[in-house]
Each structure stands twice: as structure tokens, then as C-alpha cells.
Design a protein around this ligand. Structure first.
Ligand SMILES: C[S@@+](CC[C@H](N)C(=O)[O-])C[C@H]1O[C@@H](n2cnc3c(N)ncnc32)[C@H](O)[C@@H]1O
Length: 252
């Protein structure tokens, strides 16, 4: 693949968040740029209905990011974006949820900036917002939580540990992305650092999709609950998590 590292001329990249699953949660701006794209470079969690919005002449490139496995390595994804833009194409880089929340959107923009390629960012509804809305779990609530934290269950790039003490003592709502495999570790660390074992928890799998399922329990039952859950799933920990049992509304 040949990349000209001086600068690009006319190509343009739109980094678009497709939302968590329900295709109706795509933004109007996202819809417009997808319809106008020459090339769509998309990930695994983008729904078929959203891909179908692209023009039939658009080149569709699957780069299939998946937990623990990138079917196309990040370097190569960056190269595709740069090359297609340098060919003068209108490129849509389409990701699940929001590109800037655990989506490596920042890394891809850094690469585009390095090559002088023009871009825009079209925000999407991140899974924590979409899935909890459909599960009837308000992430903040004056009687329950004044703030919310989004945390990755993945080990950090540099091997750094999450700051468990501050999470356990914050009284926030905690939302773990990519946390299913780590649920035992999450549970142990939070309890060790002082969070009550009886703190309500919910696992939302396939949030906003027809097959959405919500599993309710407490921090100490979380590892057991997680064994019966499938990806993609979010773990919500905090007193708000129990509200979904009363306020949940999305039933197929
Ligand atoms: C690599 S992260 C991408 C997050 C995405 N950028 C966002 O803003 O939602 C993938 C993780 O997001 C969460 N996720 C994405 N879509 C989801 C859905 N529909 N329901 C529940 N969790 C979801 C899961 O924790 C999954 O492992």
C-alpha cells in the first residue's frame, strides 16, 4: 500500500459513532455522511441496518474489531484511512457507540493529523448511555448517584491497575465496558477496597437490540451472573442498577 506522507489534497474522513445497536439511534448527521460516503470502513459492532444506509456504489471495508482480536491490525486500519483519503475519497470510519469512548478514535485522528488529512467527528450514543436508557437505569439520580464513571475492564496498555480505592469509595455509578471476563477481579477489588458486597449490579447484554437482556444481582453475585452473560455487555454497579427492575421498559 503506498502512502504519501507529505499531505493529502482533497480526501476527507468522517469518524462516525453508529450508536450501541438500535439503528434508529444513529444521529441525523451520521446518516447524511454515511449516505454521501465513497468508502465506509466499519467495525464488528455496527448493525447491518446502518451499513445498508450507504450508497450501493460505496466501497465497504470490514476491519472487524472484536474483544481480544483485531481482524485487521490497528496500523493497517490507519493505513487504509490515510490511503483512501489521499485518493480523494470521502471516507466514513464507522464505529459502534461513540468513537471517543473506548473506541480508539483518538488514535486514528492522530494518524490522520500526521498526514495532514482533513476530518470531522460525528458523535454517537455510547453503550453506557444507550443500553442503560433502554434498561431503565438512570446513571445519575438525586437519590442515588451524583456522578458516573466509565471504566474499561481491559488491562491498560501500560499494565497500570485501575484506581480501585477511589472507585470503591466514590459512591458513583460505575459502568464497566468489556468487563465480563474480568468480573471476578472487579468484584474482589471493589469489595476489598470497601464497597459493600450487597451493592446492586446489572449486566446489560446486547443493549438497545431486540435481544437485549438485563441480569440483576449484587456485587458479590456478579461473577456468577457474568458466567451466564454474552458479549457485548456492560456491567453497571451502584444503587441505580436496581432501578431497572422497576423502570425497565424495553421488552420485545
Ligand atoms: C471496544 S468497546 C467500544 C465501545 C463503543 N465505542 C461505545 O462507545 O459504546 C466494546 C464494548 O462496549 C460495550 N458495548 C458495546 N455495544 C454494546 C451493547 N449494545 N450492549 C452492551 N454493551 C455494549 C461492551 O462492553 C463491549 O465489550
Amino acid at each position: 500500500m503506498s502512502i504519501n506522507n507529505t499531505s493529502s489534497n482533497s480526501g476527507f474522513v468522517s469518524l462516525v459513532g453508529a450508536g450501541p445497536g438500535d439503528p434508529d439511534l444513529l444521529t441525523v448527521k451520521g446518516l447524511r455522511v454515511i449516505q454521501a460516503a465513497d468508502v465506509v470502513v466499519y467495525d464488528r459492532l455496527v448493525s447491518e441496518d446502518i451499513l445498508a444506509l450507504a450508497d450501493s456504489s460505496a466501497e465497504m471495508i470490514y476491519v472487524g474489531k472484536q474483544l481480544d482480536f483485531h481482524c485487521v491490525p490497528q496500523d493497517q486500519i490507519n493505513q487504509i484511512l490515510v490511503q483512501k483519503a489521499q485518493e480523494g475519497k470521502r471516507v466514513v470510519r464507522l464505529k459502534g457507540g461513540d468513537s471517543f469512548i473506548f473506541g480508539r478514535g483518538g488514535e486514528e485522528l492522530e494518524e490522520l493529523a500526521k498526514f495532514g488529512i482533513k476530518y470531522e467527528v460525528v458523535p454517537g450514543i455510547t453503550a453506557a448511555a444507550g443500553a442503560t436508557a433502554y434498561a431503565g437505569i438512570p446513571l445519575t439520580h438525586r437519590d442515588h448517584a451524583q456522578s458516573v464513571q466509565f471504566i474499561t475492564g481491559h488491562v491498560q496498555k501500560d499494565g497500570r491497575e485501575i484506581e480501585w480505592a477511589s472507585l470503591a469509595q466514590s459512591n458513583n455509578s460505575l459502568v464497566f465496558y468489556m468487563g465480563l471476563k474480568q468480573s471476578g477481579h472487579i468484584c474482589d477489588k471493589l469489595i476489598t477496597h470497601g464497597l459493600s458486597a450487597q451493592t446492586p449490579c446489572a449486566i446489560i447484554e446486547n443493549g438497545t437490540r431486540p435481544e437485549q437482556r438485563v441480569l440483576n444481582g449484587t456485587l458479590e453475585t456478579l461473577p456468577e451472573l457474568a458466567k451466564g452473560a454474552v458479549s457485548p455487555a456492560l456491567i453497571v454497579i451502584g444503587s441505580v442498577a436496581s432501578l431497572g427492575e422497576r423502570l425497565g421498559w424495553f421488552h420485545q
